[in-house]
Design a protein around this ligand. Structure first.
Ligand code: PAN
Ligand code: ZN
Length: 190
């Protein structure tokens, strides 16, 4: 028998605003929660000491039924830099080894950074309309290198799990930084 959450459900996007409704929950990620992530630790510390900064927000809608656990969310990364490194997500690896994800860029310009545990690295350049498939077992982080908010949709299974520690420990091979007014990928020294 169908349970109350087994019925179809739609949300409505406002593409110009980069949001949707109804939103089930919303979270914010502050720089103070990402002190291991940016290479310029002194720049990060100075910003946090002056009152911290929200780097991105996540608007969330679970499409859970009695037999499935798909989730959809919109991440909005605000423009800016910490030192010369562009605002980005904390980044994670799915805990389950059979869990891919779809990202769809609605607004802005950026990079999706991907890396396996063996050190294979890819940087997917994003503009409005880019859709990327993240295969299982690739760490993923998104970077906003534009002047506007970078907005993207994620679709994944809740049971995928999120391992942030592996990204903190290993880091990504490349950073996205501003050099002479341009966004460039440079090798990380981590
Ligand atoms: C995304 C991310 C979201 C925020 O929904 O969770 O963009 O990034 P962090 O989780 O790295 O802070 C996703 O990849 N879910 O699996
Ligand atoms: Zn993910």
């Amino acid at each position: 028998m169908l349970q109350p959450n087994d019925y179809p459900l739609s949300v409505q996007f406002d593409l110009a605003a980069g949001t949707f409704a109804p939103i089930t929950s919303k979270s914010e990620r502050r720089l103070s929660e990402m002190m291991q992530s940016f290479y310029d630790v002194d720049a990060a510390r100075a910003i946090v000491e002056q009152g911290d900064r929200v780097l991105y927000e996540v608007l969330y809608s679970p499409f859970e039924t009695s037999k499935s656990d798909m989730a959809m969310c919109v991440t909005r990364i605000f423009p800016g830099k910490v030192g010369d490194e562009y605002h980005m997500t904390k980044g994670h690896l799915h805990e389950r080894d059979d869990q891919p994800e779809i990202y769809f860029c609605l607004q802005g310009e950026g990079y999706l950074l991907l890396q396996t545990l063996d050190g294979e690295f890819r940087a997917e350049h994003w503009t409005k309309g880019t859709l990327s498939h993240i295969p299982p077992m690739w760490m993923h982080r998104t970077v906003n290198m534009g002047a506007d908010t970078l907005v993207f949709v994620s679709v994944y299974n809740l049971s995928a799990g999120h391992d942030y520690e592996v990204v903190e420990a290993k880091g990504f091979k490349m950073l996205v930084v501003e050099r002479e007014g341009q966004a460039v990928l440079v090798e990380s020294e981590k």
